[in-house]
Write a protein that binds this ligand. Structure first.
Ligand code: ADP
Ligand code: MG
Length: 390
């Protein structure tokens, strides 16, 4: 048997250790990845490899039957390969793998000062936040929303008041983030609020938008903030990744009702603290951020689906009503106008009065979801366009 020492590290150093190894051309990998060709690679250059067995140890109860294989696997690897484990699990690791390791010691690498500091999104880019806007800028911002979001008068009025008070309380150090919960039927402008704000802030990058409609219910927290070390799949979660890529302090959580309980609990903490920690122990401070949640829930189901604790964390809850006939008409006319203009410019034609009349006479009265109005306009355009394309 090889006389090995198990090297121990502290969880808080995990990211620094990882970057230290990367900088020194070492390969730091989870024991779970040990298989097939990889074993051969390790054997050809064993000095290079640092293998983290933490995940194995953490999951021993699930993988009892595999312990014997793991023990055998460790013995297959050359003496030069180093093995690491999180210090908290040292006793358990040394017990289970007592035939593999004769002792343990702290990992002795010099973590460079800057690498040991957790990078935040501010290091990567400057984030434009609503709380930093001057009064005139905030007015312009609100003006853009008022003009482009059709209907929802009450929301627009309240938004103006609430944002101004958020700015104030943030300045006083009383409020870190501002959260809005929008609910209502499909296709009436809930997600559009996030899109419009993104545009109004003049973002050059993409909006940080998480759609729970796209998540499979299993493991959604892992997809959101990354999977723990050694798990298959992405280490970096969608939320930290999108926050880092975005240049504004707005997060849109779309179709929130489709998330599951671990995710609800995650947001409960996030809204309480104004920050969160991802699976790699990076802390993301959301100071000054606006977080918009949208949902198709009815007010009754809102109460059924979300716990009172979670509901009480939202700073502003607003129920979006169906648009009135007049508002739907405004929307439809605006869409038709824009489309006619595009059509005429692109094809260098003029749409006749009769055809315009056909377009404007689309019956929107039964269409409450504006996506359906959009579709009806497209279909009508396809119909009349034939005459113009030769
Ligand atoms: N109130 C509104 N003002 C302007 N556009 C709207 C409004 N409601 C819906 N739309 C348009 O309809 C589409 C669907 O709206 P969206 O906000 O995504 O719906 P949902 O309420 O389901 O989130 C958007 O692309 C947007 O162009
Ligand atoms: Mg939506």
């Amino acid at each position: 048997m090889i006389d090995r020492e198990l090297k121990l590290y502290k969880l808080k150093d995990f990211r620094s250790i990882k970057s230290f190894f990367e900088a020194n051309e070492k390969i730091f990998t989870a024991a779970i990845d040990l298989q097939g060709d990889f074993l051969e690679e390790i054997k050809s250059d064993p000095d290079k490899y640092y293998i983290d067995i933490t995940q194995w140890v953490e999951n021993l109860n699930v993988h009892r039957d595999l312990i014997h294989n793991m023990q055998g696997l460790l013995n297959l690897l050359p003496e030069e390969v180093a093995f690491l484990c999180e210090d908290k699990l040292a006793d358990l690791a040394l017990d289970v793998f007592r035939h593999n390791f004769s002792s343990s010691a702290d990992l002795d690498i010099q973590i460079p000062e800057e690498a040991s500091q957790t990078p935040t999104q501010e290091d990567v880019n400057v984030v434009k936040k609503l709380v930093d806007l001057k009064n005139e800028e905030l007015s312009d911002f609100l003006e853009h929303i008022n003009k482009n979001l059709i209907g929802h008068k009450k929301f627009k009025e309240e938004l103006a008041v609430r944002l101004k008070s958020f700015k104030l309380f943030h300045k006083l150090g009383e409020q870190k983030v501002f959260s809005i919960f929008l609910m209502g039927e499909s296709g009436i402008g809930k997600t559009e609020v996030g899109r419009l704000m993104h545009k109004a802030l003049g973002s050059q990058k993409s909006l940080c938008k998480i759609s729970f409609g796209n998540y499979s219910s299993k493991d959604s927290l892992n997809s959101l903030i990354g999977s723990p070390r050694g798990y298959m799949g992405s280490e970096t979660g969608e939320l930290p990744m999108k926050i880092e890529r975005s240049d504004i302090g707005i997060i849109l959580i779309d179709e929130f009702e489709k998330a599951d309980n671990p995710v609800f609990n995650f947001f409960l903490d996030l809204l309480e603290e104004g920050k969160f920690t991802d699976s790699q122990s990076n802390v993301y401070d959301l100071d000054g951020y606006l977080i918009i949640f949208t949902s198709n829930l009815s007010p009754e189901n809102y109460k059924k689906r979300l716990s009172p604790e979670l509901r009480s964390r939202f700073d502003y809850v607003c129920q979006f009503q169906l648009l009135t006939d007049k508002e739907k008409k405004d929307y439809m006319y605006k869409r038709i106008e824009v489309t006619i203009k595009k059509f005429e410019e692109k094809l260098n034609v003029t749409i006749s009065k009769e055809d315009k009349a056909i377009l404007y006479s689309i019956d929107y009265s039964s269409l409450n979801n504006l996506r359906k109005i959009n579709r009806a306009i497209k279909e009508k355009f396809a119909e009349i366009s034939r005459a113009y394309i030769s």
